[in-house]
Each structure stands twice: as structure tokens, then as C-alpha cells.
Design a protein around this ligand. Sequence first.
Ligand code: SAM
Ligand code: SF4
Length: 357
Amino acid sequence: MSAIPVTIGRRAALSLDSTPVPAGSPLVDTHGRVHRDLRISLTDRCSLRCTYCMPEQGNEWLAKTSILTLDEIELIARVAAADGITTFRLTGGEPLLRTDIVEIVRRLAAIEGPDGRPVEIAMTTNGIRLPEVLPGLAAAGLGRLNISIDTLRRDRFHELTRRDRLEDVLEGIAAAAASGLRPLKLNAVAMRDVNDDELVDLVEFAIAHDAQMRFIEQMPLDAGHTWDRSRMVTQDEILGALAQRWELTPVPGRGGAPAARWTLDGGPHTVGVIASVTAPFCGDCDRLRLTADGQLRNCLFSTTEYDLLPILRGTSGEWEQDIDGMLRACVRGKLPGHAINDPSFLQPARGMNAIGG
Ligand code: SAM
Ligand code: SF4
């Protein structure tokens, strides 16, 4: 089946496409961007309730029956790898809440691209449960870890995540630092009057753990729709605060990476900033997203989704071909950039925990 989507409300439906692309060729969009990175959200559930991501209560969870199974995830990943995806980043919600997480990593890490090279498996996690599962994950083929930590102060952490679990996160980071997985990255959303006085401390903490600190501009993706541009800490402000302590020199050759990087006092340590709001990097975006309930998305901020569930749970018998068609439809529908800075911008219905960061 070859297909292009027609947006109907939040989801995309299929219609015939007159220009089919053979399965196995790269996923190139109409703006020439080649897609290499698939972010796979494994669950919308989480052990924390970060204010910028989830509501404290009343979250509308995805139906358990709609959550992709291990076999379904593997099938989609196999087709994506054949189409040139080289990195799978596992995220959520909290990916370590999946009881089959080690098996997911094992199955995905065994996939090879058309050139015979194994794909790369990365994970973004809040770090809770990491000491327990990291040996299994590493043995299964996990290649890289990003761990989120917004503050080093227990009272702030409790307030910000609505859970008193800073110690668990710190233990997770210590386990990651002790493992051989590198580069290790730590992520913090910079927030005014919440943690903007800790930026230097967080970088020093990262350096002490042989990790790279990355600050993220807060994006309008909270489930409560409370984002306020005037409250956002910008890349310029972040760099201004760090420049009080270090001499910052831009690192050239960012490629498709979301973070722009600077060396600290000439290196070797660096800091990254993901400035999706004030310095969007859409022109180099090589990412697609798969939600835990089988929706393909071509942008964090898109309001259109491409539903793989009817294919996966249907009886066509041509699952690979149909998934390939949907991947291509999703890529073809990608806009040149997000519109956060447009007055007409509409926040996606899903919060970040249900899209996958
Ligand atoms: N639970 C895992 C974690 O926190 O690392 C993985 C999922 S979380 C949605 C992935 C990343 O998205 C985290 O680094 C988190 O800080 C970031 N994030 C969530 N909501 C955000 C927002 N509104 N703006 C910017 N980053 C956000
Ligand atoms: Fe959970 Fe990650 Fe969202 Fe925090 S940012 S609530 S840890 S999914």
C-alpha cells in the first residue's frame, strides 16, 4: 500500500499516493531532510510528575490495550532501519517503567541497517531504577544514556517533580557514571525562579560525573497548558549565567544534533543548550517519533499523527509494506519548521509524557 495522509482532526487517514517510493530507500522529506533518528516512546506513565510535563492529578492515561507490544515495536523498528533509521532513542513517560525494557533493548540492538551495521540504541530516562537495570541494559546493547536532573536540591526536586526522589535519581546518575556508557548526558529544563540559580552547579555536577550538561529551553508541551513565554529562560540567559564562570567557545559541526555546544575554558568539557524556542534547529531535523500507542509524528509540535495500530493489528498480511508506506507518508507531511513563534501556534493535545521527549 502506498499512502499519503489527509488530516482529519488529530489523526491522519490514508488515501492513495501517485508517487510511491520503493521500500528500503532513505526517508527524505520534501525539504531534503534525511531522517535517521526514531524516538520511541514506550509508555506515557511516569514515576515523577514534573510540572512542565505532566499534571499533578487527572492525567488521561493511554488505554493499556493500545500500548505497543514488544513484537509490534520490533516490527516497526525493523522497517524503519531498512529505510535508513540508524538510531533508536527510547523514551516516554519513563521508559524504565516498562517491565520488558531489557528485552526491548535486546531485540532492537540486534537490528542491522541495509549496510549491515547495527543500529544505535539510546535512552532518555529520569534515572530512577537505573542501578537495578543498567547492567542488563548494557549487556542487551544499550549504547547511550541521557538522564534528566533539573535541580540538586531535595526540597526543590520534590516541589518540581511532586515526588521526593532526588536520592534515587542521584543513584541512577552514579550508576551511569560508573558504567562504560559514553557520552553520558544530563538534561535540565531551565526555569525562572525555580532552578536558574543552579546552572553553574549543575554543570560542575555533570563534570564530576564525566557527563555533558545540557540545558533545555522550556517548551509549550506541558499537559496543563500553562507554558508562559515571558517566564521562559532563554539560551542567551543560560549562556550569560555560565559565562560568569567559564569562557565559552562555540563547538562547530553540530549536524542534526538538537543541542548547540560550547567548550568551557577551552575544553575538554562542554555544555549544550537545546534552544527549540529562541533558536529553532528545524532545518537540520532528522527525527521522527513513535508514541506508545502507535502514532507516528514528524515533529514534537505537530498536531497530525499517523496511526500504525490499524496496520499492526489488521490482517492485511503486508505489514512491512504498510508500515513503510506510513513512515513515508509521515515524512512527506513534515513542515519546514515548527510554529511556536507564530501567533497562530496551537499546542499539541498530548503532553510531553505522551509524545516522548
Ligand atoms: N522521563 C524521561 C526523562 O524525564 O528523561 C524521558 C521522557 S521526558 C518527556 C524527556 C525529556 O523531555 C526530559 O529531558 C524532560 O526534561 C524534557 N521535557 C519534558 N517536558 C518539557 C518541556 N515542556 N519543555 C522542555 N523539555 C521538556
Ligand atoms: Fe516523567 Fe520525564 Fe515527564 Fe518528568 S519529564 S514527568 S520524568 S516523563
